[in-house]
Design a protein around this ligand. Structure first.
Ligand SMILES: [Cu+2]
Length: 756
């Protein structure tokens, strides 16, 4: 055996040993220290009391449907198949009991409030078509229903305000294909090589200029993957206001900058050679530049997080509990995430924080684009919350929870794994100090935060909704936008309305505005709003009066009325605004929680606009009002299709009531301007497209509560920082040296969908 052979054998032997070790490790042979510890040793406890906030179960939804079918005394069609002239159940959601009832139950040993549902019914098959809202209860076996429409909205809900059903969109699509486009065969064939199926349409909204209108511009796109980026330049205004589908009409047609009465006229003028044509080559089925197919093969896996001893939080029913935090969560069909009874170390800080609406106002020189003011709550931020992909949408090992909805069908729909919960190590310190003066030591705390997330897909784009709970008692509500932009056909002065991002594609300028309801209860239900800021004062130096000092000084004010507590977007807002309790901390300061807003909003819509009142929450970056059961939301699903007579006009909430020592609610608007650019292709990225609000303790405690976190680290020069007893991080190489046992990848997000 020569030296070369010996070396080869040695290498082979080493490789075999290495492979064996790898196999053992990947098969899950691991030190015992990797086993999850029981949660009882981690802190908080679950309570079934939080079920008072729970979303309806599929069984409860079924009970309500059957009760309504039995009890309404009119024929009900399954909304999935309903014509505008039918009666149908639009949606069913939980009716959260009043705050007084809930607090009586949670805090004062009162009875459990009866469980009730809210059922929204379209009555198209009546002499006076309308939408009616019922409270149905008690669950699980309902015996009564009460019409609350007039009490809730101050009047009946005219039928024209109703959100458009999937069935109605389908009927419009059929109308476009069979009745409208079929009248321009030469034009469509010669310009687009249209084959009867190669277009898809995208709705705009609102749908007209005045109450009662239901005329929608539908922009046509090539039917390929990522079609939002493939406008063909043809848009059709469909009047679908009649409850009789056969009476629907085309009111206007737009093509490449020119307007026509209908497609018949467009066809005729085309044949006479009077139409300025801009042919668009059809993209490949994968969309070409709009395809989301990765352009590179995967290489080494991306970094993963794992929990060496298993999760340090627990999810049971609708409640999350961690060492320091607990809260109840749910999803409103329309508005999306809602959290209740948020407690830090057992003390309630927030009664409710919930998304209220998300709007986008577009500019364009095409009619669909220029008239689009989407109010996403009307399309259903909650119901459009779909299955999350482990490892991309949330950490691979997050806890995933299903949600159920009953919307536009009599059968509950399950969205599997559509909420995720995880504890995230941000990889940076929450606080730290290295001391090199006087004595040598280090103290620090890893910034590990508990996160609740869902992602809603509203047509073209996706909103990532996060609620983040930090170890210092702070809460962050964060929203990030991603997904496809929507686009207009590029012609003429299009570049005044956005950037060109494709051969014929204009990325159109638009706003994103989001409104949150934050019902803080700081040290009790009744709070006062206080502002602190800083102003410079000029003073003579006491020791040298001939010299001036520009000295920052605190300014303090109690904002005692709703008007003083409503801050317009462009007004100066004190930099520190907080909800103050009736109690003081050890240092004699009112205990408080501060509201801090990270936002880049601009004007939401000029107030001269006849539809501005429908989104008048957008006037204010922050408005604090006295909490009222009659003012549960800042927006309404009925505002989208009749913004000219808004069903809920937030501006009316601000009527200068006194808000000293009252139960207060903060309505917070955040958002940003989006001028789509080349790098929004194929998708808008979350980086830089996120905004958030923070709720942070302000003299609420006597000291930063994170000092009590068991994650803290401290060692001095005199100590052996590599010793486990001194520094628990030094144990990691032993206690966390195992491989995480990852569950297999699964995805059920394409099942159970009732309609695309
Ligand atoms: Cu955008």
């Amino acid at each position: 055996m020569n030296l070369k052979t010996v070396l080869i054998l040695l290498v082979l032997a080493l490789a075999t040993i290495f492979a064996l070790v790898c196999v053992l490790l990947t098969r899950g042979v691991k030190p015992a220290s990797c086993e999850p510890q029981p949660l009882s040793s981690q802190g908080g406890k679950h309570s079934d009391q939080s079920l008072v906030f729970a979303d309806l179960t599929p069984e409860e939804m079924g009970q309500v449907v059957r009760y309504l079918q039995r009890s309404l005394g009119v024929p009900l069609v399954d909304a999935y198949n309903a014509n505008p002239s039918d009666n149908c159940i639009y949606y069913i959601d939980v009716q959260i009991p009043t705050k007084a009832e809930v607090l009586g139950f949670l805090d004062r040993g009162g009875r459990r409030p009866p469980r009730q549902a809210l059922a929204v019914v379209y009555f198209g098959n009546q002499p006076d078509p309308n939408v009616t809202e019922y409270v149905v209860g008690p669950l699980p076996k309902p015996t009564t229903h009460q019409d609350i429409t007039v009490q809730k909205y101050g009047g009946k809900l005219p039928y024209h305000r109703r959100p458009v059903l999937g069935k109605e969109y389908e009927q419009i699509e059929t109308f476009l294909r069979k009745k409208a486009l079929s009248t321009a065969p030469t034009f469509l064939h010669q310009v687009f090589n249209y084959d009867g199926t190669s277009f898809v349409s995208l709705t705009s909204a609102p749908r007209g200029f005045q109450s009662g209108d239901r005329s929608t511009w539908f922009a046509l796109f090539h039917n390929v993957s990522g079609y939002f980026l493939h406008p063909v330049g043809l848009e059709v205004l469909v009047d679908h206001s009649s409850l009789d589908v056969s009476h629907w009409r085309v009111r206007k047609v737009f093509y490449n900058g020119q307007y026509y009465g209908d497609l018949v006229q467009l066809e005729s003028e085309f044949k006479q050679g009077r139409v300025k044509v801009a042919p668009v080559t059809r993209a490949p089925p994968d969309g070409g530049f709009s395809s989301m197919q990765p352009r590179a093969a995967p290489r080494a896996p991306f970094p993963l997080q794992y929990e060496p001893h298993g999760p340090r939080y627990s999810v049971r029913n609708n409640q999350v509990v961690s060492q320091a935090w607990s809260f109840a969560f749910g999803v409103n069909v329309n508005t999306g995430m809602r959290l209740f009874d948020i407690r830090f170390k057992g003390e309630r800080i927030v009664y409710e924080i919930s998304v209220q609406d998300a709007t986008s106002v577009y500019g364009s020189n095409c009619p669909g684009g220029m008239s689009t003011r989407y109010m996403d709550g009307s399309f259903g931020i909650g119901r459009l919350t779909y299955s999350l992909v482990q490892g991309v949408d949330c950490p691979y090992s997050a806890t995933y929870v299903d949600t159920h909805y009953l919307v536009e069908t009599d059968t509950p729909e399950k969205h599997k794994n559509s909420i995720c919960i995880f504890e995230q190590n941000t990889g940076s310190p929450l606080r730290r100090h290295y001391s090199n003066l006087q004595s040598l030591y280090y103290g620090g705390l890893t910034n590990s935060a508990l996160v609740l997330r869902s992602i809603a897909t509203l047509g073209n784009y996706d909103y990532v909704w996060d609620f983040i709970f930090y170890q210092n008692g702070a809460i962050e509500a964060k929203v990030q936008a991603t997904g496809y932009m929507t686009s207009s056909f590029l012609y003429g002065d299009g570049l005044d309305y956005g950037n060109r991002v494709g051969d014929h594609t204009l990325g159109t300028v638009h706003t994103h505005s989001i409104n949150y309801k934050v019902d803080l209860d700081v040290g009790g239900v009744n709070n006062t709003l206080v502002a602190h800021d800083m102003a410079f004062e000029s003073v003579q130096a006491p020791w040298s009066p001939e010299h001036q000092i520009q000295r920052p000084r605190l300014t303090k004010a109690v904002l005692d009325t709703e008007d003083k507590a409503a801050f317009r977007l462009h007004s100066n807002m004190p930099r520190y605004i907080y909800f103050a309790a009736n109690s003081e901390n050890k240092w004699g300061h009112q205990r408080g929680y501060r509201i801090q807003i990270i936002s880049f909003t601009g004007e939401h819509l000029p107030e001269a606009s006849l539809m501005e009142r429908a989104i008048s929450w957008g006037r204010y970056k922050l408005a604090v009002t006295k909490r009222k059961e009659e003012e549960p939301t800042s927006s309404s699903i009925y505002n989208q299709n009749d913004p000219w007579t808004p069903t809920v006009a937030f501006a009316d909430f601000i009527d200068n009531e006194t808000i000293v020592n009252e139960d207060l609610v903060a309505w917070i608007t955040t958002g940003f301007l989006h001028i789509p650019h080349a790098e929004d292709i194929p998708n808008t990225v979350t980086v830089g497209n996120g905004v958030s609000i923070f709720l942070r303790p302000y003299n609420y405690y006597d000291i930063d509560p994170s000092i009590h976190s068991p994650d803290g680290v401290f060692f001095s020069r005199e100590q052996d920082s590599s010793a486990c007893e001194v520094n628990h991080i030094a144990c990691l190489s032993k206690s966390a040296s195992c491989l995480p046992i990852l569950p297999p990848f699964t995805y059920d997000g394409f099942q159970n969908l009732t309609r695309l």
